[in-house]
Design a protein around this ligand. Structure first.
Ligand code: NDP
Length: 344
């Protein structure tokens, strides 16, 4: 039996693939090009349990059909992680909404067509973005749980990159649950979603630490690199975090534990303000003294009451493991960047 991981090149997906291989699963990863498959094959030391299929654009009609036509009977678990992660676009439909929503619908349609009797579990990588209401980000009286939904619609989320990204995640996740409801008597699988907040932590492979990192880790990279936008980020970024290693673990628990069936697993380990990230970097890496922003050390917590909270006790109970702390996730992310730059 095999596990299909869509978007295997992704920051989160690489940790998922690594965890799956450590537990001796056979993994089929979808990637956008042969070059990407070749690179991953090498990075995973030609592990015989890892193979690849090309899906160059998840937004294309029937994008996953050929994968399920070929492997459908062998695939028992599908982890759909592929989705664009950016807020830096104005072409909201092409760059965010269509790949997120059509990609999710099409992987589920392909399962229905070619693997309705063989796929047993599906895990969709959704987001806290599909839980929270972007227009209420300044409301400290709200406490979100796994039951909450971002009210975004296709039309009203196309205001800016942030609204469109959050809308893309909400609409994709909603499409998945709707598909499940409409087809639960036709398909065998049970479904769960993983809804992470900002995901920090190291890239699986040091060599993938580029000048610019994936969208969420770039927040930490921007401090280490002292990028021009740090002043703006210091004023504006406050949210919730989780480490990539915990998000990867959650993907495995989601299909391994019965309690996870039908659940939205909100993976988050607490609040952070950008000042908190700045503080860890200044405390832990004295070699950056005088070269990175300092802000007002110790004041991050003062903003915690000014944005919505999260109560994800139910998810944590189901997942059943301790989450990595803010200090460790920020330290490990920054340390990997410094190591790459020869400054550790
Ligand atoms: P990455 O950008 O590292 O990974 C995204 C993956 O999706 C890559 O494999 C990418 O392929 C693939 N992809 C994107 N668009 C397409 C497309 N049109 N066709 C085919 N493949 C595509 O991001 P993350 O690992 O951070 O995100 C993975 C998932 O986790 C996403 O669903 C994201 O929404 C979700 N998430 C992430 C959070 C975070 O803070 N990082 C927080 C909450 C949810 P390629 O590498 O070739 O570009």
């Amino acid at each position: 039996m095999s596990i299909l991981v869509s978007g295997a090149t992704g920051f989160i997906a690489l940790h998922v693939v690594s965890d799956l291989l450590k537990q001796d699963y056979k993994v089929i990863g979808t990637v956008r090009s042969q070059e990407k498959a070749n690179k991953l094959r090498k990075q995973f030391d030609n592990n015989p349990n890892l193979s690849f299929e090309l899906v160059s654009d998840i937004a294309a009609p029937e994008a996953f059909d050929k994968v399920f036509k070929k492997h459908g009977k062998d695939i028992k678990v599908v982890l759909h992680t592929a989705s664009p992660v950016t807020v830096e676009t104005t072409n909201y439909e092409k760059d965010l909404l269509l790949p997120a929503v059509n990609g999710t619908k099409s992987i589920l349609e392909s399962i229905k067509k070619y693997a309705a009797d063989s796929v047993e579990r599906v895990v969709i990588t959704s987001s806290y973005a599909s839980v929270m209401n972007v227009s209420k980000e300044g409301d400290g009286s709200i406490v979100y749980t796994e039951k909450d939904w971002n009210p975004a619609t296709w039309e009203n989320c196309q205001i800016d990159g942030l609204n469109a990204y959050c809308g893309s995640k909400k609409l994709a996740e909603k499409a998945a649950w709707d598909f499940f409801e409409e087809n639960k008597n036709v398909v065998k699988f049970k479904m769960s979603t993983i809804n992470p907040t900002y995901v920090f932590g190291p890239q699986l492979f040091d060599e993938d630490v580029n000048d610019k990192l994936n969208a969420s880790c770039e927040l930490i990279n921007s401090i280490v690199k002292n990028n021009p936008q740090v002043e703006y980020l210091l004023e504006n970024i406050k949210s919730h975090f989780v480490d990539v290693r915990d998000v990867a673990k959650a993907h495995l628990v989601a299909f391994q534990k019965d309690e996870a069936v039908g659940r939205r697993l909100l993976t988050s380990n607490g609040r952070f303000a950008y000042q908190d990230l700045v503080d860890v970097i200044n405390e832990d890496f004295p070699q950056l003294k005088g070269k990175v922003i300092v802000g007002k050390p110790g004041t991050g917590k003062q903003s915690y009451g000014t944005f919505p909270g999260i109560n994800n006790n139910r998810s944590k109970e189901i997942l059943g493991f301790e989450f990595i702390s803010l200090h460790k996730t920020v330290h490990d992310t920054a340390a990997q960047v410094l190591k790459k730059e020869g400054k550790l």
